[in-house]
Write a protein that binds this ligand. Structure first.
Ligand code: FCB
Length: 439
């Protein structure tokens, strides 16, 4: 038995995102987001699923906070639905939307659960999209205005703020593959969106600090590891160039102040960059959030489609926890990073309710255990990880996959909205209580 003890103030939590759990898509004055529009368009999501109701968290948030207490969470990562507070993305404020988040934050604080807030987790205002969306520079300031509005309202209780969740997914899935809202397929536009998201990030960092310089501000980036399958120079080179092309897109500008040349070559040139952009993007952050799920593997021929002997999740992602440690050590040695939070990690498996009424999910439990251990080992290697948010608190709307992929520590029965803590959730209670993982 090995006992992996975590530091005293390690922030154990779970994460969600507004569109994936809230429902109430048009209630109490909420405006339309690009995800409302996208999921309402036939053929865009599995089974035509939408986030109209989702986990009905907008009405069940008290029950959900009770669940967080049962799990013993020390922190909860959630996002604000921009169009709930600013129905058109800018201009008129919706007081009922602000009140909702106000009550949520109050209740979290009363439960001793630290709120960890994401400003934008993909549900961009449809009205702003119609004026050019992220490609229109004039729109970028609206994101900063929205950030300031939220900081003014919640900054007395919320100390940790992140601007964007996974900008790469916004740019590439939204504007290249078109598998996510708004469903465009235009690589040059995507490159500009990626850059403009970074400018908007910089403006929002300034706006939040303008409200209160003591607020901690960061961003959440998804990083996969790019591994070589063997010691062949070609394999190593394939993995390395995949890393440079696709994993440096945001790390480089934020932490070095310029784009990686291999990313630029891959993207077919630089986006349009205005004077001052790079300094704005490279502002010092208080922390960085890293979402980790899996890795890609390369041999001398290229990417290995299916790794012999490996386990795969329902998303088709290889389970490879040691890749998390390697990735953390790599980014820690290549960049001068602020403290790190693992802002998402978890796995989808096709869980079922057993005759005993429980959800036995040993594969998810083991996935989490292995990733916790590898994180602890990375910390021993010198990486400053301060906390960990399991994706996700609840089974929820998994974007284009609809409700077909279950990531929750808690099962949601979508017909009755009944919540059931899974075995992995019960196990997590113990990890948090002991602040340790045992294997
Ligand atoms: C991440 C997203 C999150 C969830 C997980 C599975 O890319 O940030 O909303 O969909 O993947």
């Amino acid at each position: 038995m090995t006992f992996y003890k975590f530091p005293h103030h390690f922030l154990w939590g779970a994460a969600t995102a507004a569109y994936q759990i809230e429902g109430a898509w048009n209630e109490d004055g909420k405006g339309e987001s690009i995800w409302d529009r996208f999921s309402h368009t036939p053929g865009k999501t599995a089974n035509g699923d939408t986030g109209d109701v989702a986990c009905d968290h907008y009405h069940r948030w008290q029950e959900d906070i009770a669940l967080m207490r049962q799990l013993g969470l020390k922190a909860y990562r959630f996002s604000i639905a921009w169009t709930r507070v600013l129905p058109l993305g800018a201009g008129n404020v919706n007081p009922k939307g602000l009140d909702f988040y106000d009550r949520l934050v109050d209740a979290l604080c009363a439960a001793n659960i630290e709120p960890f807030l994401t400003l934008h987790h993909w549900d961009y205002p449809q009205a702003l999209y119609e004026t050019g969306g992220w490609t229109n520079r004039a729109n970028l300031h609206y994101f900063a205005d929205y950030a300031a509005l939220m900081a003014k309202r919640l900054g007395d209780r919320v100390k940790k703020w992140t601007t964007f969740n996974e900008p790469s997914v916004i740019a590439w899935e939204g504007y290249v593959s078109g598998e996510h809202a708004p469903g465009e397929q235009d690589a040059l536009k995507a490159r500009q969106v990626a850059h403009n998201l970074m400018v908007a990030h910089g403006l929002a960092v300034q706006a939040i600090r303008g409200v209160d310089p003591d607020l901690e501000v960061g961003i959440v980036l998804n990083q996969w590891m790019e591994d070589a399958a063997d010691n062949e120079p070609r394999s190593i080179q394939n993995a390395e160039s995949a890393w440079n092309r696709s994993q440096t897109t945001f790390l480089h500008p934020i932490f070095k102040g310029h784009y990686h040349p291999e990313f630029v070559a891959f993207a077919g040139g630089l986006p349009e960059i205005q004077a001052g952009d790079m300094a704005l993007i490279a502002q010092k952050l208080d922390f960085v959030g890293i979402n980790f799920y899996s890795r890609n593997l390369y041999n001398a021929q290229g990417r290995v489609d299916r790794v012999e002997g490996s386990e795969y999740t329902a998303m088709g992602w290889e389970v490879c926890a040691p890749a998390l440690r390697r990735m953390l050590v790599k980014i820690n040695s290549e960049y001068r990073l602020p403290p790190i939070y693992i802002t998402e990690n978890g796995a989808a498996f096709p869980d079922e309710v057993s005759p005993d009424g429980k959800v036995h999910d040993p594969r998810r439990l083991d996935y989490l255990k292995q990733h916790f251990i590898q994180t602890r080992l990375a910390m021993q290697d010198g990486v400053d990880v301060r906390g960990y948010f399991v994706w996700s608190l609840l089974d929820n709307f998994e974007w284009a996959h609809g409700y077909s992929k279950r990531f929750g520590l808690v099962r949601v029965d979508y017909d009755t909205q009944k919540r059931t803590i899974k075995d992995s959730g019960e196990w997590y209670v113990d990890v948090i209580r002991r602040n340790a993982v045992e294997e």
